[in-house]
Ligand binder design. Structure first.
Ligand code: DO4
Ligand code: MG
Length: 279
């Protein structure tokens, strides 16, 4: 089952048919521990719609907080240790990769998140910027993971690498978080052998591509959500990006006008054009 939030309403996709859901409020709709079975009962009496393709997609987040995990893949640890050598930051990345407590950081408020088809941004004061393709979990208020989506944790590498204390500025700005195209709500937890891939195009030319599998993730989804929910309450549930395992070489940067497409098996493709945040 896939759930779409669009400008024209909420839609469920099931067995290649689309159904418009009568529910007026996204936050109430998704914050249910029985979400998959609830959606099955909701679509049972509905007639499929034939014009879903014409709908304008929005991010599957409204008032949820979006958090992110860091250094959860070996590739990410190695790249960050290398990049931050000049700022004496290397050892922090090594330590957090091995530690019991993961790196978790606030990324965005739901209403600021860009959906598939929208524009993600780079900062005007940053000369090296990368997309970070991330499998993203949605957990309800009780901490149960009921859905998954594709995430892009846009990051200003030169700001992050200059000093680890600048991380919030490198990670949190207008258009720095994208989620979509849908909230994937399977009957059973998603298998961690799914493939995640990225392609960055510049005038139709591929300038970066990468592929990995979610089983390279060092931590389990329940472990990450367990840490996020320690001492914190999420009134409408929370999204958690699980970290990136696809890191471009240190001479790569995305540019304004590039198209970033991130795909995860079963969930779909999150596609965004790169723009420039206001100064
Ligand atoms: O430690 C800095 C950020 C890490 C991150 O965003 C990632 O590993 O995906
Ligand atoms: Mg990241």
């Amino acid at each position: 089952m896939k759930l779409y939030r669009t400008k024209q309403g909420f839609y469920a996709e099931f067995q290649e048919e689309y159904f418009q859901l009568p529910c007026p409020d996204w936050d109430t709709l998704i914050n249910r521990d029985d979400l998959h079975s609830y959606l099955l009962t909701q679509i049972a009496g509905l007639v499929p719609v034939l014009d879903f393709e014409s709908k304008d997609l929005l991010a599957p987040a409204v008032s949820q907080e979006v958090w992110a995990s860091g250094v959860t893949y070996y590739r990410s640890k190695v790249a960050r240790m290398e990049e931050s050598k000049g700022a004496y930051g290397g050892m922090f990345y090594d330590k957090v990769y091995e530690a019991e407590r993961p790196e978790l950081f606030f990324k965005a408020l739901g209403y600021k998140v860009v959906g598939s088809g929208g524009t993600v941004n780079i900062r005007p004061d940053s000369i090296r910027n990368v997309p970070e393709p991330e499998w993203t979990l949605y957990a309800t208020t009780s901490g149960k993971i009921v859905g998954y989506t594709v995430g892009n944790d846009m990051s200003s590498k030169c700001i992050e690498c200059e000093n680890p204390l600048y991380m919030s500025q490198a990670k949190i700005y207008d258009g720095s978080a994208a989620l979509g195209p849908c909230l994937y709500v399977p009957a059973e937890p998603m298998a961690q052998n799914a493939v995640i891939s990225i392609e960055v195009r510049r005038s139709e030319r591929i300038v970066f591509q990468g592929i990995t599998t979610l089983d390279q993730l060092k931590r389990t989804p329940d472990e990450l959500i367990g840490w996020l929910y320690r001492a914190s309450t999420f009134r409408t549930g929370a999204f958690l990006m699980t970290g990136t395992g696809l890191v471009p070489s240190s001479d790569f940067t995305v540019e304004v006008g590039d198209t970033v497409a991130i795909s995860i098996d079963k969930i779909g493709k999150l596609t965004n054009v790169v723009g420039l945040a206001k100064a």
